[in-house]
Ligand binder design. Structure first.
Ligand code: SF4
Length: 452
């Protein structure tokens, strides 16, 4: 029987192959996917809304948490069905799972055509082209070399509209927290030249973006020609057309007072700090290879509140790390009560392959982890509710992001400290900064009225 014909490639007549790209995980992955889309668009590809309509189905995977990895790998079963329904369709697995489990994926999922790690996306158009001209059923292609210098800084990521955009300023991580796989899947830290960061922001502003989120696994280690992260943040905030700048993620070892003071001084830099603590006990922090103490961390929080009045704080916490005792968990619980975060992302420990912690026995029973996590979530919900309730009656301003999801007569936006707000429409435009009073609160969303 004749083999089904593949779509000819490349095509530059606007009828190129259609790509469906599904992204799991954090903002870094979303940002990477936009870079991939930009490269593919330049090579003549179009994009489809559904996998069924696509000639190429790509899944950008995440493995920072077990749940994200399980979800991404669970998707492989659907991909098998997609391949069966159209054997010429190209299936590619990208991202951290691709990097860490490259050979396993190709061996156990023979219908996968491409496995491409985060530093090899530049090769995607070539790999796809090779795949399109190779006979269906050929062994899958693997490209997972960790490129120390790869920054993708000459590529303008594809912006999907809206007033908010992510801009990656540093890739990789040198911290090697014992529970985290990122340094093994995304390689060592390298900062993007400041001029290329500014160029991308200017390009986004020209497309209607007002709110810039600077991204990196550890933005505080940003360094470029004697400029540090505080300099980078201020330079972005100084660009005409930028209304707000935020960033994520910080590390307690590297965050500087200079950064906190820059935040306090610059009106466009949002008063919001995501500072993962992970644990509130010094022995557990040491086990996690987080080289700071509880006291050091609390000192940063105190200075953040001094230099940036009304700053909103968020964090990441892991409970049930191997050997964590009940008393040590209480230290984390108490730290949460002391800091009073606005938001917290709380997880029970799960073993991640290739990490130092995966060599330890995961000795905390699941029911103990669940009980600790539930206590923490309950505490955080109470604190978040109280902190939100204290905002009612406050005058602030919101950046209008779009129509409210539940009422198209209302705008939806956020305060500078990132609280979601809805307000009645009254001649404003998306992207406007509007002075408002926070009148009431439903769940975690504020209802506001325009001040003047
Ligand atoms: S700082 Fe730690 S948790 Fe964050 S990416 Fe680096 S190794 Fe992972």
């Amino acid at each position: 029987m004749a083999e089904p014909a593949r779509t000819p490639f490349p095509q530059t007549d606007g009828n190129g192959p259609r790509v469906y790209l599904h992204t799991y995980g954090c903002q870094m992955n979303v940002s990477d996917s936009q870079t991939i889309e930009s490269m593919l668009a330049d090579s003549g590809y179009r994009f489809s809304e559904t996998a069924e309509e696509a000639d190429v189905v790509l899944v950008n995977t995440c493995m920072i948490r077990e749940t994200a990895e399980v979800r991404a790998l669970g998707q492989l079963a659907n991909l098998s069905a997609l391949k069966k329904s159209n054997p010429t369709r190209v299936i590619g697995i990208l991202g951290c799972v691709a990097q860490a489990k490259r050979k396993e994926i190709l061996e156990s999922h023979p219908y996968v055509d491409l496995v491409v790690g985060p530093d090899s996306y530049r090769r995607l158009p070539i790999l796809l082209e090779e795949r399109f001209i190779s006979p269906p059923g050929s062994p899958g292609l693997l490209e997972t070399t960790l490129m120390r210098e790869e920054l993708y800084d000459d590529i303008m990521p594809r912006h999907h509209g809206g007033v908010t955009a992510f801009v990656t300023i540093i890739r990789g991580c040198d911290k090697f927290c014992s529970f985290c796989v990122v340094p093994r899947t995304r390689g060592r830290e390298r900062s993007r030249p400041l001029p290329s960061v500014l160029r991308e922001v200017e390009h986004l502003v020209s497309q209607g973006v007002r709110d810039i989120m600077l991204l990196g696994q550890n933005v505080d280690s940003y360094r470029w020609e004697g400029r540090d992260f505080a300099d980078c943040l201020a330079a972005v905030a100084d660009l005409p057309g930028v209304v707000r700048v935020r960033y994520m993620t910080s590390h307690p070892t590297d965050i500087s007072d200079k950064l906190l003071k820059t935040m306090g001084k610059h009106p466009k830099i949002c008063p919001y700090l995501h500072l993962p603590v992970q644990a509130g006990n010094n022995r557990v922090l040491n086990e996690m290879n987080r080289p700071y103490t509880r006291e050091h961390y609390l000192g940063i929080i105190e200075r953040a509140r001094k230099y940036v009045p009304d700053i909103a704080l968020s964090t990441d916490i892991i409970v049930g790390f191997p050997t964590e005792t009940e008393a040590e968990f209480e230290d984390t619980f108490n730290l949460m009560s002391e800091v009073r975060y606005d938001t917290a992302f709380m997880f029970k420990y799960s073993e991640r392959p290739l990490t130092k912690a995966s060599k330890q026995i995961d000795d905390i029973p699941d029911d103990v982890k669940v009980a600790r996590l539930e206590r923490l979530i309950k505490l955080q919900q109470k604190i978040a509710r109280e902190r939100n309730e204290a905002q009612v009656g406050r005058d602030t301003e919101i950046l209008i992001e779009g129509l409210a999801p539940k009422d198209s007569n209302m705008w939806s936006g956020r305060t500078p400290d990132f609280r979601p707000v809805v307000m009645p429409q009254n001649g404003e435009q998306i992207g406007d900064l509007v002075p408002v009073r926070l009148d009431s609160l439903t769940g975690f969303t504020f209802h506001a009225s325009k001040l003047f």
